[in-house]
Write a protein that binds this ligand. Structure first.
Ligand SMILES: *Cc1c(COP(=O)(O)O)cnc(C)c1O
Length: 399
């Protein structure tokens, strides 16, 4: 048996590989440079172009580009009319922003449990958490796999809830052939550099609903409108006049970020194809490895995977997760953990949330680890990661 690097053996590779990395090419750089040399750094044509590109790609009627994915979620909650006293149901197995958006509006996030095999929010658990205060569901396409749209749609229709999809992981994924972005009442994307398409920072909300669209536009620019049809006062003295008609924020994206996102969108199908290739190689390689449990895939989702997560089966391994993580690191494969259940954080604890709320999510959390997945990985990188996972799993296999 190969000696693990952490025990003095030689690592599977000499150069560290990380769990995610952006891919910026010459075209992207040119697109950004063009904007930097133009008249508009913000509020210019590149932002509307990005919005039209996202509408065309997803099939949604409206896109609103914003400064980041967190701002997208906040705007979606504002557009959904969420306020103090309301409850918003989400998953604990996500980045904190999926729940924080409810807090921003003075509402209370309520955590529904996940399916222990797909790790996505379980519609039955959503149902059991609905009260007469529930206003919306923020469903996260965890790792990029689409949530159970039909079940969640049916629940939202039955109880009059707004279905907000946190698709920060899922741009490029389809559900029963329909693009993520065209399915929920509002869908939020993030363009952070670890996500599939990047603008450095950036976000967007997609919707078909006119009323949501109007409110999203207001929410991301101070609640200010230049549209006379929306103004309450008037007639106005001149064309320079505008009105603030609600309380909004400055969540605008710059034109150079928007240009980068538009340029990256041209490569999304290629990025997705490469991600799928790597996922298939991992699935094939790990399906029979003792100690490694794979995320279950549902047939409805044709997934552009953002994260590849292995789950450690501690009945078949003689190590802790920390030991496995450190052993991978010593092989020069830098893993990451996505995510600590949101309500475990001190801030949530101080709000009264307690451990034990979502047993499946907590159980899944204890064994998961994200291994490198990004389209720029070459075949050697992929082979190295496979080698490292198998080597470390074998190194700690219980006799
Ligand atoms: C990245 C991420 C966000 C936040 O996006 P930002 O652009 O970083 O603000 C929200 N939800 C999930 C699930 C994410 O992964």
């Amino acid at each position: 048996m190969e000696q693990l690097a952490i025990k003095g053996g030689s690592p599977v590779r000499n150069e560290k590989i990380f769990y995610g990395h952006q891919w910026i090419d010459e075209e992207d750089i040119k697109a950004v440079s063009r904007v930097l040399c133009s008249d508009y750094l913000t509020c210019g044509p590149a932002v509307s172009e990005m919005e039209r590109v996202l509408e065309a790609y997803t099939g949604a009627k409206h896109a609103v580009a914003v400064s980041n994915g967190t701002a997208a979620l906040h705007c979606a909650c504002i557009a959904a009319g969420i306020g103090p006293g309301d409850e918003v149901i989400t998953t604990p197995l996500t980045f904190a922003a999926s729940a924080n958006c409810a807090l921003y509006c003075g509402a209370r996030p309520v955590f529904a449990d996940v399916d222990p095999e797909t790790y996505n929010i379980d519609p039955e658990s959503i149902r059991s958490h609905i009260t007469d205060k529930t206003k919306a569901v923020v469903a996260v396409d965890f790792t990029g796999q689409a949530v159970k749209h039909e079940e969640i749609r049916a629940l939202c229709d039955e109880y009059g809830l707004v279905f907000i999809e946190d698709a920060a992981h899922a741009i490029g994924t389809t559900y029963k052939g329909r693009q993520v972005g065209s399915l929920a009442d509002m869908t939020c994307f993030s363009f952070h550099p670890v996500k599939t398409v990047t603008g450095g920072e950036g976000g967007a909300i997609l919707t078909d609903r006119e009323d949501f669209y109007q409110r999203l536009v207001l929410a991301h620019t101070h609640g200010i409108t230049h549209d006379e049809n929306m103004m309450e006062d008037g007639p106005h003295e001149g064309p320079w006049c505008y009105e603030q008609i609600s309380l909004g924020f400055n969540y605008r994206i710059t034109d150079f970020q928007a240009a980068l996102i538009t340029s990256q969108m041209k490569k999304l199908d290629r990025f997705a194809a490469r991600r799928k290739e790597i996922v298939k190689a991992y699935n094939d390689a790990f399906s029979e490895v003792p100690g490694i449990i794979l995320q279950k895939e549902i047939p409805e989702s044709d997934t552009c995977r953002h994260l590849y997560i292995i789950r450690l089966d501690f009945e078949k391994l003689s190590c802790t997760r920390r030991e496995f993580f450190d052993a991978m690191s010593a092989e020069n494969v830098q893993c990451q953990i996505h995510y600590v259940p949101v309500y475990w954080f001190p801030y949530y604890r101080h709000l009264g949330y307690e451990k034990g709320l979502c047993p499946n999510a907590e159980d899944v959390y204890k064994g998961i680890m994200s291994i490198p997945l990004y389209p720029k990985m070459n075949d050697t990188d992929v082979a190295d990661v496979i080698h490292a996972v198998k080597k470390v799993a074998r190194g700690y296999e219980t006799a």
